[in-house]
Design a protein around this ligand. Structure first.
Ligand SMILES: [Zn+2]
Length: 302
């Protein structure tokens, strides 16, 4: 790779042993509806971006898990079918993209049932995995894990095991583990550094950190026999979207949601070259001993 002073990925030197499979996950949604205003309609742009992501994955023969928002599936069922037909796992991202801790248990259960049925009817496959909008299963909404188990889900991947501004739980276990209710929890990836945990390998963290940081983090997880949980959104391949919303958006939001989108595709190509990826359901079978059960307590565990 040719390094330039301006390029955020300067210094990349990722060489990996390719010894374990990491999870490749995509939250399928439309950025304005999910991040600016939940009352906005889902637009065709979300479909175009999802197809771009499918083409990129196809080019590298990688398969992942697509957590699809119910509202998007309802309006654009064809793209859900395309995802499933390409061999990817379909999971649910809820129905409306409203945070779990805001909607409460009854609406959460309704959204789960509605989105699961919708996605199963369209894809013809069983939906077993859930990811909350904005990682909104927090200490205030841990009840959601029991509702997921009650409705036949086999895993959840919604908990950031470090407290961030809007989400996360300090001290939550970092590794994939089985809960007493039978559900498997797949926390988002973090690495300990300088006395705290740092989220790595997904979304804004993948865009904002230089690629060398992400590669180092995945190698570090791999050296501990932990899979990275890479997560993406189709809109992160869309480098021009931010310009259209510029007048309506605070600078901070524009920065966190839009910065470095133009580098996402090439970063993914480097990761696909250097690491093995698989759908989350397959990664779970690589890492969870069916007899293992962990109950969360507030004692820090790394
Ligand atoms: Zn989302």
């Amino acid at each position: 790779m040719s390094n330039t002073i301006a390029h955020p990925d300067s210094g990349y030197s990722g060489i990996s042993e390719n010894s374990i499979r990491h999870a490749l996950t995509v939250d399928v949604e439309d950025w304005p509806q999910s991040s600016l205003d939940h009352s906005l309609p889902i637009t065709e742009r979300a479909v175009t971006n999802t197809r771009s992501m499918l083409e990129l994955f196809q080019e590298y023969h990688v398969q992942g898990t697509f957590f699809v928002l119910g509202l998007l599936a309802e309006k654009f069922p064809d793209v859900v079918k395309e995802i499933a037909d390409a061999g990817h796992e379909i999971g649910t991202h809820g129905y409306s993209h409203k945070p779990v801790f805001e909607i409460g248990p009854d609406a959460f259960a309704d959204e789960l049932i509605r989105s699961k049925k919708l996605l199963e009817d369209i894809s013809g496959t069983e939906v077993r995995g859930y990811r909350a909008p904005d990682f909104s299963i927090t200490e205030d909404s841990l009840w959601a894990l029991d509702i997921l188990a009650e409705h036949g889900m086999s895993y959840d991947s919604s908990i950031m095991p470090v407290k961030m501004r809007r989400y996360g739980i300090d001290g939550y276990p970092r590794r994939i583990h089985r809960l007493p209710n039978g559900l498997t929890e797949v926390p988002l990836s973090t690495i300990p550094f300088a006395g705290r945990r740092w989220p790595v390998a997904g979304g804004g963290y993948l865009r904002l950190y230089p690629l060398s940081v992400t590669v180092h983090a995945i190698n570090r997880l791999q050296s501990q026999a932990q899979p990275a949980i890479v997560y993406l959104h189709p809109y992160e391949l869309d480098a021009t979207e931010m310009r259209e919303f510029r007048p309506r958006m605070p600078y901070r939001t524009r920065l966190s949601q839009g910065l470095n989108r133009r580098f996402v595709a090439q970063r993914l190509r480097r990761l696909f070259d250097d690491f093995h990826f698989a759908p989350l359901q397959e990664v779970i079978t690589d890492h969870v001993d069916s007899t293992q059960s962990v109950e969360f307590s507030c004692v820090s565990s790394s």
